[in-house]
Design a protein around this ligand. Structure first.
Ligand code: SAM
Length: 255
């Protein structure tokens, strides 16, 4: 998988990609992250990337030309076949919500180009005629698309086969629908996790996790995942496909 990040601040990414899974994925050749300075795709001597908005108003807007030129130049050697497996993503507070299933779709691409906005935003023609996807990482306004791009790279990479040592750790995570509904309702939050010490300042690890009864532990985890989802994200619960057992666990929580 190749990520191309187009930004006016390439140095912003020194750090976020140099640790843990992302670092290993690069070292093992699973992913390649290419940083591109948008100013390299300008044609004037001041390397101008922004201009005032038509219609007046505060702030500056990223011009369309450098972004179009950047993407066209990055993808110029692509065959039609490869182009079909390339996503051109504009990071934008006005975009479609980035959630786990979008990360999954992106993880199936060969190449993901990420366009980072700044200032008041990006000339709308980029969203309309260049990007294949306009993505928001949440309902808040960031100063630029760089943090959002890093979020997309991270969430997408960990879904690549071989990125995590243990495949089950992806399958059992929050928001992930497991094909075997027996194991997980799918699309709800993960269960709570604990590690040593069993007693931390008087706060005990739940007894069931110490007992070694795998079936009991499995049932307890499903119950806690359901309880946590009901408490923090009832919207997910409303959409989840629950098994009979999970419905019974929910009824038990309600009673
Ligand atoms: N005027 C824009 C608005 O109100 O929607 C906000 C522009 S913001 C200050 C500058 C850039 O940050 C955007 O062009 C986008 O690339 C990025 N950005 C801001 N919030 C974002 C979000 N929630 N998700 C993804 N990108 C975001």
């Amino acid at each position: 998988m190749i990520y191309d990040i187009v930004t006016i601040f390439p140095e912003f990414f020194r750090g976020p990609f140099e640790h843990g899974i992302l670092r290993r994925a690069q070292e093992e050749g699973l992913i390649e992250i290419r940083l591109h300075d948008l100013r390299n795709y300008t044609t004037d001597k001041h390397r101008t990337v922004d201009d005032r908005p038509f219609g007046g108003g505060e702030g500056m807007v990223l011009k369309p030309e450098p972004l179009f030129t950047a993407v066209e130049s990055l993808l110029s050697d692509q065959t039609m076949e490869k182009r079909a497996r390339t996503a051109i993503v504009l990071l934008s507070a006005q975009g479609r919500w980035f959630h786990q299933s979008v990360a999954q779709t992106l993880a199936e691409q060969e190449r993901v180009v990420l366009l980072c906005g700044r200032y008041e935003g990006v000339d709308e023609r980029v969203a309309e005629h260049l990007a294949t996807l306009e993505l928001s990482i949440g309902d808040y306004v960031l100063s630029g698309g760089e943090l959002a791009a890093a979020v997309v790279v991270d969430a997408t990479t960990r879904l690549l086969p071989e990125a995590l040592g243990d495949e089950r750790s992806v399958v059992e995570e929050s928001f992930t629908a497991h094909p075997e509904a027996r194991i997980s309702a799918g699309g709800i939050l993960d269960c709570p996790h604990y590690t040593r010490p069993a007693d931390f300042r008087g706060h005990q690890v739940p007894e069931v996790l110490l007992g070694g009864d795998h079936e009991e532990v499995r049932r307890w985890r499903r119950e806690k995942a359901l309880a946590k989802t009901r408490r923090n994200r009832p919207d997910l619960l409303a959409r989840a496909r629950l098994t009979k057992e999970e419905r019974a666990l929910l009824d038990k929580l309600d009673s």
